[in-house]
Each structure stands twice: as C-alpha cells, then as structure tokens.
Design a protein around this ligand. Structure first.
Ligand SMILES: C[S@@+](CC[C@H](N)C(=O)[O-])C[C@H]1O[C@@H](n2cnc3c(N)ncnc32)[C@H](O)[C@@H]1O
Length: 310
C-alpha cells in the first residue's frame, strides 16, 4: 500500500459556498436572531415528524414534512437527504461505486473531487487510484496505491501530470464529483475522456436535481447539486455517439457514460457554443420530464447494459 501526496495548491474558485458556510458558522456561534432560531427549532420538529411518517410508510406526508423542514431551514441537510431517499429508493451512490469497481476492475481509477476520501477509498488493489482535489480533508486510509493531487482539475489537466502518472496506461473508470457547475463538469468530461479508452466508463455525480434551490448556480444550501444536470442534455445533443444512462440513486443520481471516443474533438472545438447553449436551461426543463431529459434508468445494481465491461 502506498499513498503518494503531491502538494501543489493552486487557484481555486468556490463560488458562493462562503455565504452558506458563513450562515452556518454564525448559527453555531449562537449569533442567529430569535426568529431564525425559532425557524430552526420548528424545522427540526418537522424533520422528526417526517422521519416518523417515513418509518410508518406514509411517504406523501413524509415528503411534505421534509419540504417544510428545509423551507424553514435551508441548511438542514438531513431534510433534503430525507426527501432524496424517498424520491430515489434503492441502493445509494455509496453502494453503486464499489459495485462498479467490482464489475469493471479498473487498472486505473481517476476521481475528480475527493473531499474526505470516502469514495476514492473504494479502489481496490491492483487498481491504481488518482484523486484530484484542491483542498481534500482525508479521514480514511486508502487500500489501493493512490496518488492524491492537491490541485483544481483544470490545473491538473493543464500541467501535464496525468500523462506522467499514466505512462502507457489510460483511465478505465472515472468519477467526476468536483466543482458543481455545468461548465466545469463539461471541461472535466472533455479532459477525462481524452485520457480514456473507448471501453472505459465515466461516472458523473449530482446529475439529478432535487429541487430548484439546490440546483441554483449560487449555492445557498448544504445539500447542493448545482446545475450539473445540464451536462446530460448537452452531451446528448453534441455527442449522440455516447451511451448515457442516469441511475436514479440517492441522493443526487449518477450518470454513467460509455462508448467513449478519446479522439473526439467535438466538445472541445464547440465548447463555447455548448456552454452558451445549455448554461441557461431553466430548472423547469428538467423538472417537467426528468426521465426523458436525463435518460433515467431504474436503480438496480447490475441491471443496466452500461455496467458490465464491454
Ligand atoms: C462533493 S465533494 C466530493 C465528495 C466525494 N467524491 C464523496 O462522494 O464523498 C466535492 C469536492 O470537490 C472539490 N473541488 C472543488 N472544486 C474543484 C475543482 N475545480 N477541481 C477538483 N476538485 C474540486 C472540493 O474541494 C470538494 O472536496
């Protein structure tokens, strides 16, 4: 086992996360006003009620109670997570990722957005794992040989570190879970695909938005997908050659992309046009028919054509 840490902190842009963090800190420091405190208390009461309703199988009322809870306290992440669990029953993404490792047995696994390392650690020997995150906060041990690169994904791909790490290999399985903005995920996808094999798999996190607020480009909640979902209609439009399925798994979906073309230049050459065309999609577009817009498939481990190696 080895854990190679590359320390090279570079530019990073955390849009508006600060406002949410600041509000949380202010509350923790006891500086919230009386009405804000009262709303938080009521939110917790609705959260408790929602859990009881859910436990007894009254899902419609539980959903309503979860919604009331996070309307009162948008930072009550447990309320959003509770609603997501009702909306997307079955195995969650932390069950899906080890399943994909077991089925695909990737020689090289690349993860963009590592945070505590709880998903990077799913890589098992002999997989070689590479994690990229400008500010990880690792709280676990890695079993596979792992390189942790402390950079933004843009810097990582720009500075040529990946070819150096890969040698004559390519990325077999990738998980994109970094900055939750559509145009960043598009760039990450372009850069990752260029380093894959045609039979590799790219998995995108946070592609099913829970509601309008949590998919806004400005982050005001702790439960936050941002507008990552726009990557799915964008890829469907510009790259009909890709095989794209979104698994309805809690909390925020996983989009599995296969039939890759590492030599394709369509997205890089039409990048600005693609961003301009899709960045302004309204939430109503996906809310009206998520199954069609996102190519949603049932949340069944081992059930999709995309999951087995080709
Ligand atoms: C949602 S967390 C990742 C969680 C982890 N994959 C998991 O499932 O537990 C997102 C991470 O992306 C990182 N991040 C933010 N901007 C990034 C960027 N431009 N490139 C790479 N990572 C980024 C953040 O530091 C954060 O740790």
């Amino acid at each position: 086992m080895s854990f190679n840490e590359v320390v090279s902190i570079t530019s990073q842009n955390f849009p508006s996360m600060f406002s949410a963090v600041f509000r949380r800190l202010r509350a923790l420091l006891g500086q919230a006003g009386p009405s804000e405190e009262a709303a938080k208390t009521r939110a917790l009461e609705h959260l408790a009620r929602a859990s009881q309703l859910e436990a007894r199988g009254d899902l419609a009322d539980a959903e309503a109670a979860y919604r009331t809870a996070f309307a009162l306290d948008p930072l009550l992440v447990e309320a959003h997570a509770g609603l997501a669990g009702i909306r997307w029953p079955g195995p969650d993404y932390l069950q899906w990722l080890p399943h994909l490792h077991a089925v695909r047995r990737p020689a090289v696994y690349l993860e963009i957005g590592v945070s505590t390392g709880r998903t990077l650690r799913f890589a098992q020997p002999p997989t070689r794992a590479i994690g990229v995150d400008p500010s990880p906060a690792i709280d676990c041990e890695f079993i596979a040989e792992t390189d942790l690169i402390r950079e933004t994904s843009d810097d990582f791909f720009r500075n040529g570190r990946l070819p150096e790490l890969l040698g004559d290999r390519r990325v077999d399985l990738a998980f994109i879970d970094g900055l939750h903005l559509f145009e960043q995920v598009l760039r990450d996808f372009i850069n990752v695909e260029a380093n894959c094999l045609p039979q590799s798999m790219i998995v995108l996190h946070d592609t099913i938005p829970l509601d309008e607020q949590t998919q806004n480009r400005v982050c005001t909640t702790r439960f936050y997908t941002g507008d990552v979902w726009k990557i799915v209609p964008c890829l469907k439009h510009y790259r009909p050659d890709l095989h794209i399925e979104t698994v309805a798994t809690a909390p925020t979906g996983l989009t599995i992309v296969t039939n890759l073309d590492p030599g394709s230049r369509v997205l890089s050459e039409r990048h600005d046009e693609a961003v301009a065309a899709f960045i302004g999609l309204p939430y109503a577009e996906v809310a009206a028919d998520p199954a069609r817009v996102l190519n949603i498939v049932p949340n069944t481990l081992g059930g999709g054509a995309n999951q087995a190696p080709s």
